[in-house]
Design a protein around this ligand. Sequence first.
Ligand code: HEC
Ligand code: HEC
Ligand code: HEC
Ligand code: HEC
Ligand code: HEC
Ligand code: HEC
Ligand code: HEC
Length: 323
Amino acid sequence: MIKLSHKYSLVFLLSFAVLFSSAQEEVREYTNAGENHHCLKCHGQSFYTFYNDWTELDVRKIMPQEYYVDTVMFYSASHWDFKCTDCHTEDYQTFPHDGELRMEFLNTCVDCHGGDEDWEHFKFEDIEEDFNASVHSPETLPNFSCWSCHDPHSYKLDYRNTEDLISTISKNNDACMKCHNQESHMRLHTDEPFKDLATSHEFLPNQRAHYNKVRCIECHGDLDGEALVAHKILPAEESVKNCKECHSKNSLLMASLYKFQSQENRKKFGFYNASILNESYVIGASKNYILNVFTIVVFALSILAILTHAIILRISKKKNHGK
Ligand code: HEC
Ligand code: HEC
Ligand code: HEC
Ligand code: HEC
Ligand code: HEC
Ligand code: HEC
Ligand code: HEC
Protein backbone atom coordinates (compact mmCIF):
# COMPACT_ATOMS: atom_id res chain seq x y z
CA MET A 1 0.00 0.00 0.00
CA ILE A 2 2.63 2.43 1.10
CA LYS A 3 4.78 1.64 -1.95
CA LEU A 4 1.84 2.20 -4.29
CA SER A 5 1.00 5.61 -2.86
CA HIS A 6 4.68 6.51 -3.14
CA LYS A 7 4.54 5.64 -6.81
CA TYR A 8 1.45 7.73 -7.26
CA SER A 9 2.95 10.71 -5.57
CA LEU A 10 6.06 10.34 -7.74
CA VAL A 11 3.91 10.42 -10.88
CA PHE A 12 2.09 13.41 -9.46
CA LEU A 13 5.31 15.23 -8.71
CA LEU A 14 6.72 14.50 -12.16
CA SER A 15 3.63 15.69 -13.97
CA PHE A 16 3.65 18.83 -11.84
CA ALA A 17 7.28 19.39 -12.70
CA VAL A 18 6.54 19.02 -16.41
CA LEU A 19 3.53 21.33 -16.19
CA PHE A 20 5.52 23.86 -14.20
CA SER A 21 8.50 23.88 -16.54
CA SER A 22 6.29 24.26 -19.61
CA ALA A 23 4.50 27.17 -17.92
CA GLN A 24 7.87 28.71 -17.12
CA GLU A 25 9.21 28.54 -20.63
CA GLU A 26 6.58 29.88 -22.95
CA VAL A 27 7.06 28.23 -26.30
CA ARG A 28 6.23 30.72 -29.02
CA GLU A 29 4.92 29.64 -32.37
CA TYR A 30 5.65 32.24 -34.96
CA THR A 31 2.66 31.35 -37.09
CA ASN A 32 2.75 34.66 -38.97
CA ALA A 33 6.45 34.53 -39.79
CA GLY A 34 5.85 33.16 -43.29
CA GLU A 35 3.41 35.87 -44.23
CA ASN A 36 5.44 38.63 -42.58
CA HIS A 37 8.50 37.51 -44.45
CA HIS A 38 6.98 39.00 -47.59
CA CYS A 39 7.23 42.44 -45.95
CA LEU A 40 10.41 41.81 -43.96
CA LYS A 41 12.47 40.63 -46.93
CA CYS A 42 12.38 44.33 -47.86
CA HIS A 43 11.71 46.16 -44.58
CA GLY A 44 13.94 43.90 -42.50
CA GLN A 45 17.07 44.50 -44.57
CA SER A 46 19.32 47.43 -45.33
CA PHE A 47 18.45 47.05 -49.04
CA TYR A 48 15.52 45.78 -51.06
CA THR A 49 15.10 44.30 -54.52
CA PHE A 50 12.27 44.33 -57.03
CA TYR A 51 11.69 43.46 -60.64
CA ASN A 52 11.24 46.48 -62.88
CA ASP A 53 8.55 45.57 -65.42
CA TRP A 54 9.44 48.55 -67.63
CA THR A 55 13.16 47.91 -67.99
CA GLU A 56 12.78 44.16 -67.36
CA LEU A 57 15.66 44.26 -64.90
CA ASP A 58 16.14 43.34 -61.22
CA VAL A 59 16.79 46.47 -59.18
CA ARG A 60 18.54 46.80 -55.81
CA LYS A 61 18.00 49.88 -53.65
CA ILE A 62 18.81 51.08 -50.16
CA MET A 63 15.99 50.71 -47.61
CA PRO A 64 15.83 54.12 -45.90
CA GLN A 65 16.51 53.84 -42.15
CA GLU A 66 13.11 55.26 -41.22
CA TYR A 67 11.34 52.41 -43.07
CA TYR A 68 13.52 49.70 -41.56
CA VAL A 69 11.85 47.22 -39.18
CA ASP A 70 14.19 45.12 -37.02
CA THR A 71 13.06 41.48 -37.35
CA VAL A 72 14.50 40.27 -34.03
CA MET A 73 13.03 43.21 -32.11
CA PHE A 74 9.67 42.73 -33.82
CA TYR A 75 9.42 39.11 -32.74
CA SER A 76 10.37 39.84 -29.15
CA ALA A 77 8.02 42.82 -28.79
CA SER A 78 4.66 42.81 -27.00
CA HIS A 79 2.84 42.50 -30.33
CA TRP A 80 5.10 39.72 -31.66
CA ASP A 81 2.12 37.57 -32.61
CA PHE A 82 0.78 40.10 -35.13
CA LYS A 83 0.76 40.09 -38.87
CA CYS A 84 2.03 43.33 -40.40
CA THR A 85 -1.35 43.54 -42.05
CA ASP A 86 -3.22 43.31 -38.71
CA CYS A 87 -2.29 46.97 -38.34
CA HIS A 88 -1.50 47.96 -41.92
CA THR A 89 -3.78 47.56 -44.92
CA GLU A 90 -3.51 44.47 -47.14
CA ASP A 91 -2.86 46.82 -50.06
CA TYR A 92 0.78 46.97 -48.92
CA GLN A 93 1.19 43.47 -50.38
CA THR A 94 1.87 45.07 -53.75
CA PHE A 95 4.99 47.03 -54.59
CA PRO A 96 5.47 49.82 -55.55
CA HIS A 97 3.04 50.80 -52.78
CA ASP A 98 0.22 53.08 -53.78
CA GLY A 99 1.13 56.61 -52.63
CA GLU A 100 -2.28 57.05 -51.02
CA LEU A 101 -1.60 54.24 -48.54
CA ARG A 102 0.38 56.59 -46.34
CA MET A 103 -2.97 58.16 -45.55
CA GLU A 104 -4.20 54.88 -43.99
CA PHE A 105 -5.88 55.01 -40.60
CA LEU A 106 -3.79 53.38 -37.88
CA ASN A 107 -5.38 52.30 -34.61
CA THR A 108 -4.06 53.71 -31.36
CA CYS A 109 -3.61 51.64 -28.20
CA VAL A 110 -7.00 52.49 -26.76
CA ASP A 111 -8.83 51.51 -29.97
CA CYS A 112 -7.80 47.92 -29.22
CA HIS A 113 -7.20 47.83 -25.48
CA GLY A 114 -9.83 50.25 -24.19
CA GLY A 115 -12.89 49.03 -22.29
CA ASP A 116 -11.57 45.45 -22.21
CA GLU A 117 -11.36 43.84 -18.79
CA ASP A 118 -8.43 41.64 -19.83
CA TRP A 119 -6.35 44.82 -20.00
CA GLU A 120 -7.91 46.66 -17.09
CA HIS A 121 -4.83 46.35 -14.87
CA PHE A 122 -2.85 48.52 -17.28
CA LYS A 123 -5.34 51.38 -16.86
CA PHE A 124 -5.32 52.35 -20.53
CA GLU A 125 -8.10 54.91 -20.07
CA ASP A 126 -6.30 56.68 -17.20
CA ILE A 127 -3.12 56.71 -19.27
CA GLU A 128 -4.96 58.29 -22.19
CA GLU A 129 -6.40 60.95 -19.89
CA ASP A 130 -2.94 61.71 -18.47
CA PHE A 131 -1.46 61.81 -21.95
CA ASN A 132 -4.11 64.30 -23.08
CA ALA A 133 -3.20 66.55 -20.13
CA SER A 134 0.53 66.24 -20.79
CA VAL A 135 2.91 68.73 -22.47
CA HIS A 136 2.79 66.37 -25.46
CA SER A 137 -1.00 66.38 -25.73
CA PRO A 138 -2.31 66.10 -29.30
CA GLU A 139 -3.92 69.47 -28.70
CA THR A 140 -0.53 71.21 -28.51
CA LEU A 141 1.37 68.75 -30.72
CA PRO A 142 -1.11 67.36 -33.30
CA ASN A 143 1.45 64.95 -34.79
CA PHE A 144 2.05 63.28 -31.41
CA SER A 145 0.43 59.98 -30.39
CA CYS A 146 1.01 57.00 -28.12
CA TRP A 147 3.13 55.58 -30.97
CA SER A 148 5.57 58.51 -30.68
CA CYS A 149 7.08 56.89 -27.58
CA HIS A 150 5.91 53.31 -28.10
CA ASP A 151 7.63 52.14 -31.27
CA PRO A 152 4.96 50.00 -32.98
CA HIS A 153 7.53 47.42 -34.10
CA SER A 154 9.60 47.02 -30.97
CA TYR A 155 7.61 48.20 -27.93
CA LYS A 156 7.94 45.67 -25.18
CA LEU A 157 6.36 45.70 -21.77
CA ASP A 158 9.44 46.10 -19.67
CA TYR A 159 8.98 47.81 -16.35
CA ARG A 160 6.63 45.11 -15.03
CA ASN A 161 8.83 42.23 -16.12
CA THR A 162 12.20 43.62 -15.27
CA GLU A 163 14.89 41.88 -13.30
CA ASP A 164 17.34 44.55 -14.28
CA LEU A 165 16.28 48.06 -13.34
CA ILE A 166 19.32 49.75 -14.88
CA SER A 167 18.46 48.40 -18.33
CA THR A 168 14.80 49.36 -17.87
CA ILE A 169 15.83 52.89 -16.91
CA SER A 170 17.94 53.19 -20.02
CA LYS A 171 15.16 51.85 -22.29
CA ASN A 172 12.60 54.19 -20.73
CA ASN A 173 14.95 57.14 -21.14
CA ASP A 174 15.80 56.21 -24.72
CA ALA A 175 12.10 56.71 -25.54
CA CYS A 176 12.46 60.38 -24.48
CA MET A 177 16.00 60.86 -25.85
CA LYS A 178 14.85 59.74 -29.31
CA CYS A 179 13.41 63.24 -29.68
CA HIS A 180 14.96 65.40 -27.00
CA ASN A 181 18.47 64.43 -28.05
CA GLN A 182 17.80 64.48 -31.79
CA GLU A 183 16.84 67.64 -33.58
CA SER A 184 15.51 65.87 -36.71
CA HIS A 185 12.87 64.05 -34.63
CA MET A 186 11.88 67.22 -32.80
CA ARG A 187 11.37 68.87 -36.19
CA LEU A 188 8.47 66.50 -36.89
CA HIS A 189 6.58 68.22 -34.10
CA THR A 190 7.75 71.77 -33.60
CA ASP A 191 9.51 74.72 -35.22
CA GLU A 192 10.76 76.00 -31.85
CA PRO A 193 14.57 76.31 -31.61
CA PHE A 194 16.16 73.03 -30.46
CA LYS A 195 17.31 73.07 -26.83
CA ASP A 196 19.90 70.50 -25.97
CA LEU A 197 19.48 68.50 -22.79
CA ALA A 198 23.01 69.17 -21.52
CA THR A 199 22.35 72.92 -21.38
CA SER A 200 18.85 72.77 -19.91
CA HIS A 201 20.12 70.40 -17.17
CA GLU A 202 23.21 72.37 -16.24
CA PHE A 203 21.94 72.52 -12.65
CA LEU A 204 22.57 68.75 -12.29
CA PRO A 205 26.17 68.01 -11.21
CA ASN A 206 26.70 64.65 -12.94
CA GLN A 207 24.19 64.33 -15.74
CA ARG A 208 25.39 60.96 -16.98
CA ALA A 209 25.07 59.39 -13.53
CA HIS A 210 21.54 60.75 -13.29
CA TYR A 211 20.40 59.64 -16.77
CA ASN A 212 21.78 56.14 -16.08
CA LYS A 213 20.16 55.78 -12.68
CA VAL A 214 16.90 57.75 -12.77
CA ARG A 215 14.18 57.93 -15.35
CA CYS A 216 13.32 61.27 -16.96
CA ILE A 217 9.75 60.76 -15.75
CA GLU A 218 10.92 60.71 -12.13
CA CYS A 219 11.55 64.45 -12.43
CA HIS A 220 9.14 65.30 -15.23
CA GLY A 221 6.08 63.12 -14.64
CA ASP A 222 3.15 63.71 -12.35
CA LEU A 223 3.83 60.83 -9.97
CA ASP A 224 0.37 60.98 -8.40
CA GLY A 225 -1.26 59.43 -11.47
CA GLU A 226 -3.35 56.24 -11.37
CA ALA A 227 -1.19 54.24 -13.79
CA LEU A 228 2.04 52.50 -12.87
CA VAL A 229 4.06 54.60 -15.30
CA ALA A 230 3.55 58.37 -15.09
CA HIS A 231 2.11 59.57 -18.42
CA LYS A 232 1.34 63.15 -17.50
CA ILE A 233 4.55 64.99 -18.39
CA LEU A 234 4.55 68.42 -16.74
CA PRO A 235 5.96 71.67 -18.15
CA ALA A 236 9.66 72.21 -17.43
CA GLU A 237 9.05 74.78 -14.69
CA GLU A 238 6.99 72.23 -12.71
CA SER A 239 9.67 69.53 -12.78
CA VAL A 240 11.70 68.35 -9.80
CA LYS A 241 14.75 70.50 -9.16
CA ASN A 242 15.07 69.94 -5.45
CA CYS A 243 17.92 67.50 -4.86
CA LYS A 244 16.47 66.42 -1.53
CA GLU A 245 13.48 64.86 -3.25
CA CYS A 246 15.84 61.99 -4.04
CA HIS A 247 18.95 62.46 -1.98
CA SER A 248 17.23 61.76 1.30
CA LYS A 249 15.78 58.73 2.93
CA ASN A 250 12.13 59.46 2.27
CA SER A 251 12.81 59.76 -1.38
CA LEU A 252 10.67 60.19 -4.45
CA LEU A 253 12.33 57.11 -5.88
CA MET A 254 10.69 54.98 -3.24
CA ALA A 255 7.35 56.24 -4.42
CA SER A 256 7.89 55.89 -8.15
CA LEU A 257 10.79 53.89 -9.54
CA TYR A 258 10.15 51.08 -7.10
CA LYS A 259 6.38 51.49 -7.15
CA PHE A 260 5.86 48.11 -8.75
CA GLN A 261 8.79 46.22 -7.27
CA SER A 262 7.81 47.31 -3.78
CA GLN A 263 4.16 46.34 -4.20
CA GLU A 264 5.15 42.93 -5.53
CA ASN A 265 7.70 42.33 -2.85
CA ARG A 266 5.32 43.38 -0.15
CA LYS A 267 2.91 40.78 -1.46
CA LYS A 268 5.59 38.11 -1.75
CA PHE A 269 7.86 38.65 1.20
CA GLY A 270 6.15 41.10 3.47
CA PHE A 271 7.17 44.67 4.13
CA TYR A 272 10.82 44.24 5.14
CA ASN A 273 12.09 43.10 1.78
CA ALA A 274 10.66 46.18 0.11
CA SER A 275 12.46 48.42 2.54
CA ILE A 276 15.74 46.60 1.90
CA LEU A 277 15.37 47.21 -1.81
CA ASN A 278 14.97 50.90 -1.25
CA GLU A 279 17.54 51.02 1.52
CA SER A 280 20.20 49.44 -0.66
CA TYR A 281 19.44 51.99 -3.31
CA VAL A 282 19.95 54.81 -0.87
CA ILE A 283 23.35 53.30 -0.02
CA GLY A 284 24.41 53.69 -3.65
CA ALA A 285 22.94 57.14 -4.00
CA SER A 286 24.54 58.75 -0.99
CA LYS A 287 28.22 59.48 -0.96
CA ASN A 288 28.12 60.52 2.68
CA TYR A 289 30.19 58.07 4.70
CA ILE A 290 28.34 58.47 8.01
CA LEU A 291 25.02 58.11 6.25
CA ASN A 292 26.29 54.98 4.50
CA VAL A 293 27.30 53.36 7.76
CA PHE A 294 23.93 54.30 9.17
CA THR A 295 22.05 52.75 6.21
CA ILE A 296 24.16 49.59 6.37
CA VAL A 297 23.29 49.25 10.04
CA VAL A 298 19.61 49.71 9.20
CA PHE A 299 20.00 47.14 6.41
CA ALA A 300 21.60 44.61 8.78
CA LEU A 301 18.90 45.23 11.36
CA SER A 302 16.16 44.61 8.79
CA ILE A 303 17.75 41.29 7.79
CA LEU A 304 17.95 40.34 11.43
CA ALA A 305 14.31 41.29 11.84
CA ILE A 306 13.30 39.11 8.89
CA LEU A 307 15.31 36.16 10.17
CA THR A 308 13.83 36.33 13.65
CA HIS A 309 10.42 36.81 12.12
CA ALA A 310 10.87 33.66 10.01
CA ILE A 311 12.23 31.63 12.93
CA ILE A 312 9.39 32.67 15.22
CA LEU A 313 6.90 31.79 12.48
CA ARG A 314 8.45 28.34 12.05
CA ILE A 315 8.47 27.67 15.79
CA SER A 316 4.84 28.70 16.16
CA LYS A 317 3.92 26.54 13.14
CA LYS A 318 5.69 23.56 14.73
CA LYS A 319 3.84 24.17 17.97
CA ASN A 320 0.53 24.20 16.11
CA HIS A 321 1.43 20.93 14.39
CA GLY A 322 2.27 19.44 17.74
CA LYS A 323 -1.29 20.07 18.90
C1 HEC B 1 9.77 45.13 -52.62
C2 HEC B 1 10.03 45.65 -51.33
C3 HEC B 1 8.86 45.91 -50.39
C4 HEC B 1 7.90 45.02 -49.97
C5 HEC B 1 7.71 43.57 -50.37
C6 HEC B 1 7.09 45.74 -49.00
N1 HEC B 1 7.52 47.05 -48.90
FE1 HEC B 1 6.71 48.48 -47.76
N2 HEC B 1 7.96 49.86 -48.53
C7 HEC B 1 9.02 49.58 -49.34
C8 HEC B 1 9.75 50.80 -49.62
C9 HEC B 1 10.96 50.94 -50.50
C10 HEC B 1 9.10 51.83 -48.91
C11 HEC B 1 9.51 53.32 -48.88
C12 HEC B 1 8.47 54.24 -49.46
C13 HEC B 1 7.95 53.77 -50.80
O1 HEC B 1 8.76 53.53 -51.69
O2 HEC B 1 6.73 53.65 -50.93
C14 HEC B 1 7.98 51.20 -48.23
C15 HEC B 1 7.09 51.88 -47.44
C16 HEC B 1 6.18 51.26 -46.57
C17 HEC B 1 5.37 51.93 -45.58
C18 HEC B 1 5.40 53.42 -45.25
C19 HEC B 1 4.53 54.24 -46.16
C20 HEC B 1 4.67 55.68 -45.80
O3 HEC B 1 5.27 56.41 -46.60
O4 HEC B 1 4.20 56.09 -44.75
C21 HEC B 1 4.63 50.98 -44.95
C22 HEC B 1 3.65 51.19 -43.81
C23 HEC B 1 4.95 49.71 -45.57
N3 HEC B 1 5.88 49.91 -46.57
C24 HEC B 1 4.40 48.51 -45.18
C25 HEC B 1 4.62 47.32 -45.86
C26 HEC B 1 3.94 46.08 -45.52
C27 HEC B 1 2.93 45.92 -44.40
C28 HEC B 1 4.38 45.15 -46.41
C29 HEC B 1 3.95 43.69 -46.51
C30 HEC B 1 2.51 43.45 -46.62
C31 HEC B 1 5.36 45.79 -47.27
N4 HEC B 1 5.46 47.11 -46.92
C32 HEC B 1 6.04 45.18 -48.31
C33 HEC B 1 9.35 48.35 -49.87
C34 HEC B 1 8.60 47.18 -49.72
C1 HEC C 1 0.66 46.87 -33.67
C2 HEC C 1 0.46 47.48 -34.95
C3 HEC C 1 1.54 47.36 -36.02
C4 HEC C 1 2.13 46.23 -36.50
C5 HEC C 1 1.88 44.79 -36.08
C6 HEC C 1 3.02 46.64 -37.55
N1 HEC C 1 3.00 48.01 -37.67
FE1 HEC C 1 4.10 49.12 -38.97
N2 HEC C 1 3.36 50.83 -38.13
C7 HEC C 1 2.39 50.89 -37.16
C8 HEC C 1 2.13 52.28 -36.82
C9 HEC C 1 1.14 52.76 -35.78
C10 HEC C 1 2.97 53.06 -37.65
C11 HEC C 1 3.08 54.60 -37.67
C12 HEC C 1 4.09 55.01 -36.63
C13 HEC C 1 4.07 56.47 -36.34
O1 HEC C 1 3.14 57.16 -36.75
O2 HEC C 1 5.00 56.91 -35.67
C14 HEC C 1 3.71 52.12 -38.48
C15 HEC C 1 4.65 52.50 -39.44
C16 HEC C 1 5.29 51.62 -40.30
C17 HEC C 1 6.22 52.00 -41.34
C18 HEC C 1 6.61 53.41 -41.73
C19 HEC C 1 7.78 53.87 -40.95
C20 HEC C 1 7.38 54.63 -39.78
O3 HEC C 1 7.94 54.35 -38.70
O4 HEC C 1 6.51 55.51 -39.87
C21 HEC C 1 6.65 50.84 -41.95
C22 HEC C 1 7.62 50.73 -43.09
C23 HEC C 1 5.98 49.75 -41.29
N3 HEC C 1 5.18 50.24 -40.28
C24 HEC C 1 6.16 48.43 -41.62
C25 HEC C 1 5.67 47.35 -40.88
C26 HEC C 1 6.02 45.96 -41.12
C27 HEC C 1 6.92 45.47 -42.23
C28 HEC C 1 5.36 45.21 -40.18
C29 HEC C 1 5.43 43.72 -39.96
C30 HEC C 1 6.74 43.14 -39.74
C31 HEC C 1 4.59 46.15 -39.37
N4 HEC C 1 4.80 47.41 -39.81
C32 HEC C 1 3.79 45.77 -38.31
C33 HEC C 1 1.77 49.82 -36.55
C34 HEC C 1 2.10 48.49 -36.76
C1 HEC D 1 -4.60 46.40 -33.43
C2 HEC D 1 -4.91 46.23 -32.02
C3 HEC D 1 -3.85 46.67 -31.01
C4 HEC D 1 -3.24 47.90 -30.93
C5 HEC D 1 -3.39 49.09 -31.84
C6 HEC D 1 -2.41 47.84 -29.74
N1 HEC D 1 -2.50 46.61 -29.15
FE1 HEC D 1 -1.45 45.96 -27.54
N2 HEC D 1 -2.15 44.07 -27.81
C7 HEC D 1 -3.13 43.72 -28.70
C8 HEC D 1 -3.37 42.28 -28.58
C9 HEC D 1 -4.39 41.46 -29.37
C10 HEC D 1 -2.47 41.79 -27.59
C11 HEC D 1 -2.28 40.35 -27.09
C12 HEC D 1 -1.13 39.78 -27.83
C13 HEC D 1 -0.75 38.38 -27.34
O1 HEC D 1 -1.29 37.93 -26.34
O2 HEC D 1 0.10 37.80 -27.99
C14 HEC D 1 -1.73 42.97 -27.10
C15 HEC D 1 -0.78 42.93 -26.09
C16 HEC D 1 -0.31 44.07 -25.44
C17 HEC D 1 0.43 44.07 -24.19
C18 HEC D 1 0.77 42.86 -23.33
C19 HEC D 1 2.05 42.26 -23.78
C20 HEC D 1 2.74 41.49 -22.71
O3 HEC D 1 3.96 41.40 -22.87
O4 HEC D 1 2.10 41.00 -21.77
C21 HEC D 1 0.70 45.38 -23.90
C22 HEC D 1 1.43 45.92 -22.68
C23 HEC D 1 0.18 46.17 -24.96
N3 HEC D 1 -0.43 45.35 -25.89
C24 HEC D 1 0.30 47.55 -25.03
C25 HEC D 1 -0.08 48.31 -26.13
C26 HEC D 1 0.23 49.71 -26.30
C27 HEC D 1 1.01 50.55 -25.29
C28 HEC D 1 -0.29 50.08 -27.49
C29 HEC D 1 -0.19 51.43 -28.17
C30 HEC D 1 1.12 52.05 -28.21
C31 HEC D 1 -0.97 48.91 -28.06
N4 HEC D 1 -0.80 47.86 -27.21
C32 HEC D 1 -1.64 48.90 -29.28
C33 HEC D 1 -3.78 44.56 -29.59
C34 HEC D 1 -3.38 45.86 -29.88
C1 HEC E 1 6.13 60.61 -23.69
C2 HEC E 1 6.28 59.21 -23.97
C3 HEC E 1 5.06 58.30 -23.89
C4 HEC E 1 3.84 58.50 -24.48
C5 HEC E 1 3.38 59.65 -25.35
C6 HEC E 1 3.02 57.35 -24.11
N1 HEC E 1 3.76 56.48 -23.34
FE1 HEC E 1 3.08 54.76 -22.53
N2 HEC E 1 4.89 54.46 -21.60
C7 HEC E 1 6.01 55.26 -21.78
C8 HEC E 1 7.13 54.65 -21.09
C9 HEC E 1 8.56 55.20 -21.05
C10 HEC E 1 6.64 53.45 -20.49
C11 HEC E 1 7.42 52.42 -19.67
C12 HEC E 1 7.78 51.27 -20.56
C13 HEC E 1 8.15 50.03 -19.78
O1 HEC E 1 9.25 49.97 -19.24
O2 HEC E 1 7.33 49.10 -19.71
C14 HEC E 1 5.24 53.38 -20.82
C15 HEC E 1 4.40 52.33 -20.43
C16 HEC E 1 3.08 52.16 -20.88
C17 HEC E 1 2.23 51.05 -20.54
C18 HEC E 1 2.60 49.90 -19.60
C19 HEC E 1 2.34 50.38 -18.19
C20 HEC E 1 2.37 49.28 -17.15
O3 HEC E 1 1.45 49.26 -16.34
O4 HEC E 1 3.32 48.49 -17.14
C21 HEC E 1 1.05 51.24 -21.16
C22 HEC E 1 -0.18 50.33 -21.07
C23 HEC E 1 1.13 52.47 -21.90
N3 HEC E 1 2.39 53.01 -21.71
C24 HEC E 1 0.11 53.00 -22.69
C25 HEC E 1 0.17 54.22 -23.34
C26 HEC E 1 -0.95 54.82 -24.06
C27 HEC E 1 -2.34 54.22 -24.16
C28 HEC E 1 -0.51 56.00 -24.56
C29 HEC E 1 -1.29 57.05 -25.35
C30 HEC E 1 -2.56 57.47 -24.81
C31 HEC E 1 0.89 56.14 -24.17
N4 HEC E 1 1.27 55.05 -23.43
C32 HEC E 1 1.70 57.20 -24.51
C33 HEC E 1 6.06 56.45 -22.49
C34 HEC E 1 5.01 57.03 -23.19
C1 HEC F 1 8.24 62.23 -30.55
C2 HEC F 1 9.10 63.20 -29.93
C3 HEC F 1 9.11 63.34 -28.41
C4 HEC F 1 9.23 62.33 -27.49
C5 HEC F 1 9.36 60.84 -27.72
C6 HEC F 1 9.23 62.98 -26.18
N1 HEC F 1 9.09 64.34 -26.33
FE1 HEC F 1 9.01 65.73 -24.86
N2 HEC F 1 8.55 67.16 -26.19
C7 HEC F 1 8.55 67.00 -27.56
C8 HEC F 1 8.14 68.26 -28.19
C9 HEC F 1 8.02 68.50 -29.68
C10 HEC F 1 7.89 69.19 -27.13
C11 HEC F 1 7.48 70.65 -27.25
C12 HEC F 1 8.73 71.39 -26.93
C13 HEC F 1 9.00 72.60 -27.67
O1 HEC F 1 8.11 73.16 -28.29
O2 HEC F 1 10.17 72.98 -27.58
C14 HEC F 1 8.16 68.46 -25.89
C15 HEC F 1 8.08 69.02 -24.63
C16 HEC F 1 8.54 68.41 -23.46
C17 HEC F 1 8.64 69.06 -22.17
C18 HEC F 1 8.25 70.48 -21.83
C19 HEC F 1 9.36 71.45 -22.11
C20 HEC F 1 8.98 72.83 -21.71
O3 HEC F 1 9.60 73.73 -22.27
O4 HEC F 1 8.12 73.03 -20.85
C21 HEC F 1 9.14 68.13 -21.29
C22 HEC F 1 9.43 68.33 -19.81
C23 HEC F 1 9.33 66.90 -22.04
N3 HEC F 1 8.96 67.10 -23.35
C24 HEC F 1 9.79 65.71 -21.49
C25 HEC F 1 9.73 64.48 -22.16
C26 HEC F 1 9.90 63.19 -21.51
C27 HEC F 1 10.20 63.00 -20.04
C28 HEC F 1 9.74 62.24 -22.48
C29 HEC F 1 9.79 60.73 -22.31
C30 HEC F 1 8.88 60.13 -21.34
C31 HEC F 1 9.50 62.93 -23.74
N4 HEC F 1 9.47 64.27 -23.49
C32 HEC F 1 9.33 62.30 -24.98
C33 HEC F 1 8.87 65.86 -28.26
C34 HEC F 1 9.02 64.60 -27.68
C1 HEC G 1 16.91 65.39 -11.57
C2 HEC G 1 15.72 65.74 -12.24
C3 HEC G 1 15.67 65.69 -13.74
C4 HEC G 1 15.98 64.63 -14.56
C5 HEC G 1 16.49 63.27 -14.17
C6 HEC G 1 15.69 65.06 -15.91
N1 HEC G 1 15.25 66.36 -15.90
FE1 HEC G 1 14.67 67.44 -17.53
N2 HEC G 1 14.54 69.12 -16.38
C7 HEC G 1 14.60 69.15 -15.00
C8 HEC G 1 14.38 70.49 -14.53
C9 HEC G 1 14.35 70.94 -13.08
C10 HEC G 1 14.20 71.30 -15.70
C11 HEC G 1 13.97 72.81 -15.75
C12 HEC G 1 15.31 73.46 -15.79
C13 HEC G 1 15.23 74.94 -15.64
O1 HEC G 1 14.16 75.52 -15.87
O2 HEC G 1 16.26 75.51 -15.30
C14 HEC G 1 14.29 70.40 -16.84
C15 HEC G 1 14.12 70.77 -18.17
C16 HEC G 1 13.83 69.88 -19.19
C17 HEC G 1 13.31 70.22 -20.51
C18 HEC G 1 12.98 71.60 -20.99
C19 HEC G 1 14.19 72.17 -21.67
C20 HEC G 1 14.05 73.56 -21.99
O3 HEC G 1 15.10 74.21 -21.98
O4 HEC G 1 12.92 74.01 -22.25
C21 HEC G 1 13.18 69.06 -21.21
C22 HEC G 1 12.66 68.89 -22.63
C23 HEC G 1 13.63 67.99 -20.34
N3 HEC G 1 14.03 68.52 -19.13
C24 HEC G 1 13.69 66.66 -20.71
C25 HEC G 1 14.32 65.67 -19.95
C26 HEC G 1 14.61 64.33 -20.44
C27 HEC G 1 14.27 63.82 -21.81
C28 HEC G 1 15.21 63.66 -19.41
C29 HEC G 1 15.75 62.26 -19.39
C30 HEC G 1 16.81 61.95 -20.32
C31 HEC G 1 15.30 64.58 -18.28
N4 HEC G 1 14.76 65.77 -18.65
C32 HEC G 1 15.81 64.25 -17.03
C33 HEC G 1 14.81 68.03 -14.17
C34 HEC G 1 15.22 66.79 -14.60
C1 HEC H 1 14.92 62.10 -9.22
C2 HEC H 1 15.91 61.82 -8.24
C3 HEC H 1 17.14 62.73 -8.13
C4 HEC H 1 17.19 64.10 -8.07
C5 HEC H 1 16.02 65.08 -8.10
C6 HEC H 1 18.57 64.45 -7.93
N1 HEC H 1 19.35 63.31 -7.92
FE1 HEC H 1 21.40 63.23 -7.80
N2 HEC H 1 21.34 61.23 -8.08
C7 HEC H 1 20.21 60.46 -8.13
C8 HEC H 1 20.59 59.08 -8.37
C9 HEC H 1 19.65 57.88 -8.46
C10 HEC H 1 22.01 59.07 -8.48
C11 HEC H 1 22.89 57.88 -8.80
C12 HEC H 1 23.42 57.28 -7.55
C13 HEC H 1 24.34 56.11 -7.85
O1 HEC H 1 25.10 56.18 -8.81
O2 HEC H 1 24.28 55.17 -7.09
C14 HEC H 1 22.45 60.44 -8.27
C15 HEC H 1 23.78 60.82 -8.25
C16 HEC H 1 24.21 62.08 -7.81
C17 HEC H 1 25.58 62.44 -7.58
C18 HEC H 1 26.77 61.53 -7.67
C19 HEC H 1 27.21 61.45 -9.09
C20 HEC H 1 28.39 60.53 -9.22
O3 HEC H 1 29.43 61.02 -9.60
O4 HEC H 1 28.23 59.32 -8.94
C21 HEC H 1 25.59 63.75 -7.19
C22 HEC H 1 26.81 64.60 -6.81
C23 HEC H 1 24.22 64.21 -7.20
N3 HEC H 1 23.40 63.18 -7.59
C24 HEC H 1 23.80 65.48 -6.88
C25 HEC H 1 22.53 65.98 -7.08
C26 HEC H 1 22.14 67.37 -6.96
C27 HEC H 1 23.09 68.51 -6.56
C28 HEC H 1 20.82 67.45 -7.23
C29 HEC H 1 19.93 68.68 -7.30
C30 HEC H 1 20.34 69.73 -8.21
C31 HEC H 1 20.35 66.09 -7.52
N4 HEC H 1 21.43 65.22 -7.44
C32 HEC H 1 19.03 65.74 -7.83
C33 HEC H 1 18.90 60.90 -8.02
C34 HEC H 1 18.51 62.22 -8.02
